[in-house]
Design a protein around this ligand. Structure first.
Ligand code: MRU
Length: 362
């Protein structure tokens, strides 16, 4: 997708074929910079400090982290320690475990001399699969958007956090249908939840939509219910960091409240996800998905830039007030109208997911 008219992906290999480059998302929307990942430890740090974020992109970065480790040391012990280091970076998005498991299994079964080349090839395959899945999600979801059109006005879509191309390798999950439908001529307007505390909506989703010239409006997180009560939202589309086999959806904190408001106002609530986001081992998301708790400083302080364009951090809370920062919540399947996947749209149920992915569900 585009930044200042130039096409980018979020992660790519250096011309040496070994080092990896990523867009540093901590500087966006005000500063565009890339970072080089030369060692497994760099990949782990990039995931942990959210240089890269978003469930699918975390998975791909983890896969390249394994490749970087094996490039330096292809032995079994190095594979195991890279796996443990990368897995410990962020607990909720299951794509990370999915990609690391896939890399570990393949590499341990590969002759040592061939491991580095196989590792890079597999990480690149995971990245390409993500692009293809997100593009397919775009095609499936675009149909839903066209069908939501009422009259001549814009189709109003509300989204939460950033589940766009910056959260994946390209295209995005929740935003992919929006990009696809817009290219097909649908008149779309997106309500962008700011998404406190890190404001991925206000900073990243708004930045992406500007780059693709999609009309949008940033709103405070608490505005969604009001917009729905007044008929200003035709559908909600969000992403997912982990979806259980029964269709419960874990996504950025605040998603659950949007689903409740959508339910109360008969607004369709869709979740877009590639199958790498489904955790087939669990059914009950509220009970079984580990929720990342991040630094309280993300709640007590806010980042932006001052009038001169310099980065600035502002303290919001009084000295001494404790804060807690739960990064995700779980929306039970009963509030989800449907799941938009790379194989089409299904009900948020075990049968729905099994129908589309029978080989993964067993
Ligand atoms: O904490 P983040 O920024 O990694 O959280 C990202 C989200 O919650 C996205 O909505 C999610 O990964 C959807 S997948 C593109």
């Amino acid at each position: 997708m585009k930044i200042n008219g130039r096409s980018y992906r979020t992660i790519w290999r250096d011309s040496d074929g070994r080092r990896v480059h990523v867009i540093d998302q901590t500087g966006l929307p005000h500063r565009f910079e890339t970072k080089t990942l030369a060692r497994c430890e760099d990949a782990a740090a990039a995931i942990r400090d959210m240089t890269v974020r978003g469930a699918p992109l975390i998975g791909v970065t983890g896969a390249y982290g394994m490749a970087l480790a094996v490039w330096r040391d292809p032995g079994d012990a190095a594979i195991e320690s890279a796996y443990a280091l990368l897995l410990a970076t962020r607990p909720t998005a299951v794509n990370l475990r999915w990609a690391l498991d896939r890399m570990r299994m393949l590499l341990l079964a590969t002759p040592v001399a061939e491991r580095a080349d196989r590792a890079y090839a597999e990480a690149a395959t995971i990245a390409e699969e993500d692009v293809a899945a997100c593009e397919a999600i775009g095609r499936s979801g675009a149909e839903l958007i066209h069908r939501a059109r009422r009259g001549d006005g814009p189709i109003n879509i509300l989204t939460h956090c950033n589940a766009g191309w910056l959260a994946t390798v390209d295209w995005g999950t929740a935003l992919a249908p929006i990009y696809a439908a817009a290219r097909e001529g649908a008149p779309i307007h997106v309500w962008v939840d700011e998404t406190r505390p890190r404001n991925q909506g206000a900073s990243l989703t708004a930045f992406e939509l500007l780059g693709e010239e999609i009309p949008h409006t940033v709103v405070a997180d608490n505005a969604g219910g009001h917009l729905m009560q007044h008929g200003l939202v035709d559908l909600v589309i969000v992403g997912s960091d982990r979806t259980t086999r029964a269709g419960d959806v874990c996504n950025k904190i605040g998603t659950y409240l949007k689903a409740l408001a959508a339910h109360d106002n008969d607004v369709p609530f869709y979740v877009a996800l590639p199958s790498s986001t489904v955790d087939w081992r669990i059914a009950d998301g509220v009970r079984d998905i580990p929720i990342e708790e991040r630094s309280a400083r993300e709640v007590t302080h806010i980042n932006g830039r001052n009038a001169d364009g310099a980065p600035i951090e502002i303290q919001l809370t009084p000295n001494g007030s404790p804060a807690r920062n739960f990064a995700f919540d779980v929306t039970p399947a009963r509030f989800v109208t449907g799941l938009i996947t790379e194989r089409g749209v299904c009900a948020a149920t075990e049968d729905g997911l099994k129908g589309l992915f029978p080989e993964l569900a067993s």
